[in-house]
Design a protein around this ligand. Structure first.
Ligand SMILES: [Zn+2]
Ligand SMILES: [Zn+2]
Length: 392
């Protein structure tokens, strides 16, 4: 047993000591009241008075760094020096105080209350901004929640990659040339959409999460491909999405188009990625036959053969470097063939997402079977490919 009078503690540490009593009163308030009542002096046994001498300063610093930032919910986080936590543990071991809660928790709850009162924002478990009060370095940090924007994109020009490439000047570390993002925005769908979003949200960076991807040389037409853009460390959280959409489309006119922009959350990132392999896609392919000719009968044979046909596809050679070598079982639902000339024809194909269409045509040296080449008995390959529709 111990007597309160025997320990010398500051209001924060004293509040922690009696924290499990009268839980509706903030620990700090209990501590400050007791501290007064007991007429305690300075020289806290746990924190050496670090907490009373630093807390208000850190809160003021935090409020300053929150200026000009748009946020609706807030939460405090606390970092304590290891020596303080050790002293707290020692006192606990010595007296075994029955109502003690951790000093860290006391600080977090009090900081939540003070920050919420001073900013007029609500405290949330998943806040727009988490304010880190670091009592070790006597500095503060802000963890700003990303903004997520859902939409669909159309890619009208061949030769654009889906994601940005690594900056050749800094190798991804970030430099002036790449706006400190480590990535080059030009020539990618991600960059075309993300750069405008970065401006609108006054953000530091962005990541495109899309439902699958088309090849660099394929267009993405129809109603577009679903995506969620993660806008990182935004200073603005609410923008006019219609204006944003118009601005992206104006700047990337003829190359990239977005539609149906709306706000989303993190859970949708996983959802659209999982969805990619489950939904059907419709493609248009221009095919060339390497030797010999094709006849209308050949094309008819193709249409008949590829009706609800199961395809076994080993990971194509061209993506082996980044994908595991497995056999995928995918379905072609239907295929329509149109003659262009003796050596060229056009295919419209509806199939499962995740089927590699170029290899469905070439056969990929037997890795994809059956294939168009196999059924024709002549080597053929895909000269041009467009995604016409992503269903769903
Ligand atoms: Zn203390
Ligand atoms: Zn760079």
């Amino acid at each position: 047993m111990f007597k309160l009078k025997e320990v010398r503690l500051c209001p924060y540490c004293l509040g922690s000591l009696v924290g499990a009593n009268l839980t509706w009163i903030p620990n700090y308030v209990k501590g400050a009241t007791l501290h007064n009542l007991l007429q305690l002096n300075e020289g806290c046994e746990i924190c050496n008075d670090l907490l009373p001498s630093t807390f208000d300063d850190l809160v003021e610093k935090a409020l300053k760094s929150l200026e000009g930032l748009e946020f609706y919910t807030v939460k405090a986080g606390v970092v304590l020096p290891p020596w303080l936590v050790e002293k707290e543990d020692r006192l606990r071991a010595k007296y075994n105080p029955p109502h003690m809660v951790s000093v860290k928790l006391t600080l977090i709850k009090w900081a939540d209350l003070v920050l919420s009162a001073r900013t007029g924002r609500e405290v949330s478990k998943d806040p727009d901004v988490e304010v880190l009060l670091d009592f070790e370095t006597k500095s503060i940090g802000l963890r700003i929640k990303p903004v997520f924007v859902y939409g669909r994109y159309r890619k009208l020009k061949r030769g654009l990659s889906q994601s940005r490439s690594i900056c050749p000047y800094c190798g991804g570390k970030g430099c002036e040339k790449c706006n400190w993002t480590g990535r080059i925005a030009e020539g990618s769908v991600e960059g075309a959409i993300g750069e405008v979003m970065r401006e609108f949200f006054e953000a530091e960076d962005y990541v495109l999460h899309a439902s699958g991807r088309e090849d660099v040389d394929a267009r993405m037409l129809g109603n577009g491909r679903p995506f969620v853009m993660e806008v990182k460390r935004p200073r603005v959280r609410r923008v006019d999405l219609k204006r944003l959409e118009d601005e992206i489309n104006r700047r990337s006119s003829g190359e990239v188009e977005v539609l149906n922009l709306r706000y989303a959350d993190r859970s949708e990132v996983r959802k659209i990625k999982e969805m990619s392999d489950k939904i059907r896609k419709r493609y248009r392919a221009h095919v060339e036959v390497e030797e010999g000719k094709v006849s209308p009968e050949d094309l008819k044979k193709l249409e008949e053969f590829f009706r609800d046909r199961v395809i076994y596809q080993r990971t194509p050679k061209r993506v082996l470097w980044r994908r595991a070598d497995i056999v995928r079982r995918k379905k072609v639902y239907w295929l329509k063939a149109k003659m262009v000339d003796e050596r060229h024809f056009e295919l419209e194909i509806e199939c499962d997402g995740g089927l590699y269409v170029k290899e469905l045509i070439s056969g990929d040296d037997g890795r994809t079977t059956p294939s168009v080449s196999e059924v024709l008995g002549r080597k053929s390959f895909c000269k041009e490919l467009d995604v016409l529709e992503v269903v769903g």
